[in-house]
Unconditional design. Structure first.
Length: 230
């Protein structure tokens, strides 16, 4: 996984057909997705349950590129090894998931994955200050985690700007998760984000048997973020 700040579109399979993850991953990659974003929820840290490491391992062979695993679970440390073994390239844990974020980030890198740190909308940018040399990605939640299809929270744009300034030349991605569409994508791209997660805005109108809309949706988000409408 090489580092660059080009816009990367990461469809969230939370909005895919849960009975058909393998084919959905192949379809979004064929339609231009850069990363595949995988939302793991435990019904405890967030009020929704999705799936765990076995499902991640099952979909891994269907993903050629980056498998970006977003852990909305607490506790998190005891599951890191399992998600790394399942083939996650990036493992993102929440700073709010427990008191020992430093240890969590160490464990992710020790397991051989890139380390991501996610911030809920109410958590300030300053929370990452002492982790800047231990993270490969900072995920700014632009909705309250737990569900797809929610409204983008505009107050988070200022947080993205602050994080971009704090990061400086360090090779750290800024990822945006929640409510990303062609209207909100340029706002966060201008503020300094490079990885745009999008669930409903990518999967709407398409299916594995009709994947063309996935491609059109991805191109529209990318073009908007890059400042050129398709
Ligand atoms: C929310 C998840 C997101 C979600 C985004 O808890 O982390 O990845 O799928 O969905 P949209 O793009 O529909 O807001
Ligand atoms: Zn997510």
């Amino acid at each position: 996984m090489s580092f660059d700040r080009k816009i990367k579109i990461a469809p969230s399979i939370l909005a895919a057909d849960f009975a058909n993850f393998g084919a959905e991953c192949e379809a979004i990659e064929a339609q231009g997705a850069d990363w595949v974003h995988v939302d793991v929820m435990d019904g405890h840290f967030v009020p929704n349950i999705t799936f765990g490491p076995a499902t991640c391992a099952a979909i891994r062979p269907h993903i050629k590129g980056v498998m970006d695993v977003h852990l909305m679970i607490a506790p998190v440390d005891s599951y890191i090894e399992a998600f790394a073994k399942a083939g996650a390239d990036v493992i993102t844990a929440h700073v709010e998931a427990g008191p020992h974020t430093h240890r969590t980030l160490q464990a992710i890198r020790a397991a051989g994955a890139k380390a991501g740190l996610a911030l809920n909308p109410g958590t300030p940018a300053s929370e990452v200050e002492y982790f800047l040399d231990m993270v490969d990605l900072i995920c700014v939640m632009t909705v309250n985690p737990g569900f797809g299809g929610q409204k983008f929270i505009h107050s988070q744009i200022e947080k993205v700007k602050q994080l971009r300034a704090m990061i400086g030349d360090r090779p750290i991605h800024i990822e945006i998760d929640g409510g990303v569409d062609p209207i909100t994508a340029p706002l966060v791209a201008q503020a300094g984000a490079d990885v745009l997660v999008a669930g409903s805005a990518v999967f709407k109108g398409g299916s594995v048997s009709n994947p063309g809309p996935y491609g059109e949706n991805i191109r529209n988000i990318r073009a908007a973020a890059e400042g050129v409408w398709a």
